[in-house]
Design a protein around this ligand. Structure first.
Ligand SMILES: Nc1ncnc2c1ncn2[C@@H]1O[C@H](COP(=O)(O)OP(=O)(O)OP(=O)(O)O)[C@@H](O)[C@H]1O
Ligand SMILES: [Mg+2]
Length: 332
């Protein structure tokens, strides 16, 4: 177990500056999710912590110790990648024990550690099998097992579930979170999937173009996004943004309102408009409405909402749920 401190980290590939002055502090046992659009530098940041990239500035500390100049193997971290290529010719036990064998641990110790990890991951009965004879979720667990057996101070995950189908992803994200809590290992977890980040992480760090936009507890980011970028990135369907007169009346350059904070009715006070389309998902209905003074807005309502394209409706923002942003994009 350990803290991780990332301080004023900078990373460039030649002339291309990829990470600008990133600072993140991670407490012992904390689970931090790194999210952001493709190419924003998530993997680069993770690989920098792992020591797989040399950094151009700043300081990295693991458990209080500066690791800038330590080789990856001396940083006491274990990384799980998206393409967790298992060795096809080795069985599960050999795959899981590989790193330990490489570092010359005694056979009995390897067996014990692999056995323990297999127990934790519910892979005891698969230890003799080759990867080809495993399900996707079991393979994913073997990849986790390779990380666990080393009993590292820090787990680093780079989109470990993106190769799995949607249902397995949901199951595995719960498993990984439970495991992480049980082991209490400090974790940095990169994901594209904001639901994954929201449900798994103690804190979410939002990166954009190599800059840290905001870091905080999932619901804090959801309720109080610091700027337009975070407001638009966290939440699905995304927050509606309105500029022009309506925003000016609220003393802002842009106002934002989440789809679930727009009440839909057929009459009354509010923003009048016409339904362009309605998506009936069973559990929810997403209604897309064209409002003269605000453009196209999305509202989220109950599953059996009787509404269809062409209907005239009134959208009313729920009190206390309007977000206001200034000309620089920052929340007011
Ligand atoms: N070895 C490299 N040499 C040069 N540029 C690189 C290298 N690796 C990454 N980059 C660039 O650095 C930027 C950040 O890449 P990175 O892989 O960290 O993004 P990411 O946030 O992980 O994206 P994704 O979500 O698509 O995995 C990108 O512009 C990428 O093209
Ligand atoms: Mg990446």
């Amino acid at each position: 177990m350990a803290t991780v401190e990332i301080k004023n980290l900078r990373k460039a590939y030649g002339a291309l500056e990829v990470l600008h002055d990133i600072s993140i502090e991670i407490a012992d046992g904390e689970f931090v999710a790194l999210v952001g659009p493709s190419g924003c530098g998530k993997s680069t940041l993770l690989r920098s912590v792992a020591g797989l990239e040399t950094i151009n500035g700043g300081e990295l500390r693991i458990d209080g110790k500066v690791v800038n100049d330590l080789a990856p193997k001396d940083r006491d971290i274990a990384m799980v990648f998206q393409n967790y290529a298992l060795y096809p010719h080795m069985n599960v036990a050999a795959n899981m024990g590989f790193a330990l064998r490489l570092s010359g641990r005694p056979k009995a110790e390897i067996q014990e550690r692999v056995g323990k990890a297999a127990g934790i991951l519910d892979l005891t009965r698969q230890l003799d099998r080759k990867p080809v004879a495993l399900s996707g979720g079991q393979r994913q667990r073997v990849a986790m097992g390779r990380a666990i057996v080393r009993d590292p101070k820090v787990f680093l995950f780079d989109e470990p579930l993106s190769n799995l189908d949607a249902k397995l992803r949901v199951q595995m994200r719960a498993e990984i979170r439970e495991l992480q809590q049980r082991l209490g290992t400090t974790t940095i977890y990169v994901t594209h999937d904001q639901t994954e980040a929201m449900t798994m992480a103690d804190k979410i760090a939002v990166l954009n173009g190599g800059t840290l936009e905001q870091i905080g507890a999932p619901l804090d980011l959801y309720r109080s996004p610091a700027n337009l970028f975070v407001a638009g990135f966290i939440g699905s369907p995304q927050m509606n943004f309105i500029t022009g007169d309506l925003a000016e009346k609220a003393g802002a350059t842009t106002i934002g309102v989440r789809p679930e904070h727009l009440a839909v009715s057929h009459e009354g006070d509010g923003w009048r408009g016409r339904v362009i389309s309605a998506e009936h998902l069973g559990s929810d209905t997403f209604i897309h409405v064209e409002i003269a003074e605000a453009g196209r807005l999305t509202a989220r309502t109950i599953g059996d909402m009787p509404v269809a394209a062409g209907d005239d409706v009134v959208l009313t923002p729920i009190d206390g749920h309007l977000h206001r942003f200034g000309a620089n994009g920052k929340a007011l």
